[in-house]
Design a protein around this ligand. Structure first.
Ligand code: NIG
Length: 380
């Protein structure tokens, strides 16, 4: 079965050439089979007339926490009346998650992934981290791997209330990692005041690397700290948040293969500053944008909102923001087959109800997703 998407007003490929006008795409067997001028397009089994709309790769959401139960509206309301965001809020979701059945957790993640797909997201990473016992982290990892494209172990999200920090780190580095590692591709640690310090974070990351997992780090979310330096030193695929960076952090990221994943929806929802995207890009760092969807610090699945914010408030160009939310996320996840629309890429396609991607920022808050293909299948 092949599909010709034709009469594309503006096609963003994130490959060479980066943007085409009056273009067409052919999807076949779940992959992009042809890209070029609409006038030269080959025949296909079915035709979708984009009628001058913009087409781009599906969003790659490289940072979410979707295995959870419960709600933290009250905490959000308190924040909006001036209370600060604290890592300790994670424990509220841990209690609700432990009390939920596997079916309830699966239904919740399915609902959020479907919500994301309906807005143009076609590739989703998600994490454990609301279980914090061996049993609850393993079931979270199984559910994550089943319902998202990539699963990450985040047993080092918070020291469970009442637990001894060093004993908990030993558990994470030993029995918990042994049990979870077969279900996930990545390991992550929340390296921040109130969560895990540099030595504890290093221990977790080294233990994960020894089991063959790729590394990611939550760092520099609530203040400057060792997260970025550690991520770069250990060759992590990404360091996520990067809200508070010193110039040495920016230089370290620019000179490394570690992607700076920025989570602006989280920074707004927690009333933090927005990350220094311009400094990172100007220094030559690779930047990704992701939703950080979770019930505490960032309860949105909207990648368009992140792109809009990046353009309007972080001084990224539309092209930089769209790249960061597609190919940037793919690079952060070590995936060469998503986030772009060259021949051979996964057929993950997003059609906007607009003539250009500029409308994502020009028409903030307007739902612009018109059609979505995921692995070549029309899903919206
Ligand atoms: O990425 N920073 C740590 N973890 C999540 C927050 C989780 C929560 O508050 O429930 C984050 O913001």
């Amino acid at each position: 079965m092949s599909t010709l998407i034709t009469n594309i007003g503006e096609l963003t490929t994130n490959a060479e050439p980066g943007r085409l006008t009056d273009a067409a795409l052919v999807l076949a067997d779940g992959h992009v089979a042809w890209v070029g001028a609409a006038a030269a397009a080959p025949a296909a089994d079915e035709v979708f007339d984009a009628a001058g709309r913009a087409v781009l790769p599906g969003w790659v959401d490289s940072h979410t926490h979707l295995v959870f139960a419960g709600d933290r509206t009250a905490e959000f309301e308190a924040r909006m009346s001036g209370q600060p965001y604290r890592a300790g809020g994670i424990a509220v979701t841990v209690n609700a998650t432990r009390a939920a059945s596997d079916d309830e957790l699966a239904a919740t993640i399915r609902r959020h992934v479907a919500e994301a797909v309906a807005q143009g997201t076609t590739y989703v990473e998600t994490k454990t981290g609301y279980g914090l016992t061996v049993e609850d982290e393993v079931r979270s990892a199984r559910i994550a791997a089943l319902h998202a494209d990539e699963a990450t172990f985040l047993g080092a999200h918070l020291v469970p209330p009442g637990a001894d920090a060093d004993e908990y780190v030993s558990l994470v580095c030993g029995e918990m990692l042994d049990a979870v590692a077969p279900h996930v591709r990545w390991a992550d640690v929340f390296c921040e005041k109130g969560a895990f310090d540099a030595d504890q974070s290093r221990a977790v990351l080294e233990a994960a690397a020894a089991r063959g997992l790729g590394l990611r780090v939550h760092g520099n979310q609530l203040g400057e700290g060792p997260g970025v330096r550690l991520a770069v030193e250990l060759g992590a695929a990404s360091v996520d948040h990067c809200t508070y960076l010193s110039s040495a952090d920016v230089d370290a990221l620019a000179g490394s293969g570690t992607v700076a994943t920025l989570l602006p929806a989280c920074d707004l929802s927690t009333r933090q500053s927005l990350p220094p995207a311009r400094a990172l890009l100007d220094a030559g760092a690779t930047v990704a944008l992701a939703s950080n969807c979770n019930p505490g610090s960032s309860y949105t699945t909207s990648m368009a909102y992140c792109v809009t914010t990046a353009v309007l408030q972080m001084r990224m160009s539309v092209q930089e923001a769209v790249f960061a939310a597609t190919r940037g996320g793919a690079i952060a996840l070590g995936r060469a087959d998503v986030g772009h629309l060259a021949v051979g890429a996964r057929a993950d396609v997003h059609v906007l109800d607009a003539p250009s991607t500029t409308h994502l920022a020009y028409r903030p808050g307007v739902p612009l997703t018109h059609a979505v293909w995921r692995r070549g299948e029309r899903v919206r």
